[in-house]
Design a protein around this ligand. Structure first.
Ligand code: HEC
Length: 109
């Protein structure tokens, strides 16, 4: 039994690494943190359900037309001249890209 369990981990790691994700996914604990940030901090401008407020809606329907890299750059660097602040002190570029993927996927409930 213990031998079998030990062999599962390399498989899992291999699976995770070989996923065709364009952005490396943060680990689950960090994902939960980023989602909390999204709801609380981003939600204060984009609406608690991200349907828009001071900032535009961050729903798949409003984002899907736009290039993901541009959206990730908006999160990471902010948009000078608008209230959209930069988030680079709070997350990496890869994490900003992951947030965009999450927002575009529509899996966030
Ligand atoms: C202080 C208010 C404020 C906060 C907080 C904020 N945003 Fe924004 N955001 C804006 C505004 C305003 C715009 C529109 C900028 C413009 O006029 O182009 C914007 C634009 C964006 C865009 C581009 C949308 C598009 O359709 O082009 C994305 C993506 C985005 N924000 C994500 C986020 C995320 C993710 C967070 C949290 C990490 C966040 N924002 C926090 C105000 C905010």
């Amino acid at each position: 039994m213990s031998i079998r369990r030990a062999s599962v981990w390399p498989m899992l790691v291999w699976l995770l690494c070989s996923l065709p994700a364009s952005a490396a996914s943060p680990d689950p604990a960090r994902q939960a943190e980023l989602i909390r940030l999204l709801r609380q901090d981003c939600g204060s401008c984009h609406g608690m359900t991200l349907k828009g407020g001071l900032g535009p809606a961050l729903l798949p329907a409003t984002l899907n037309e736009k290039p993901a890299e541009g959206l990730a750059a908006t999160i990471y660097h902010g948009r000078p001249g608008t209230p959209m602040p930069p988030w680079k002190q709070f997350m990496s570029e890869a994490e900003a890209a992951w947030l965009v993927e999450l927002l575009m996927s529509g899996t966030l409930k």
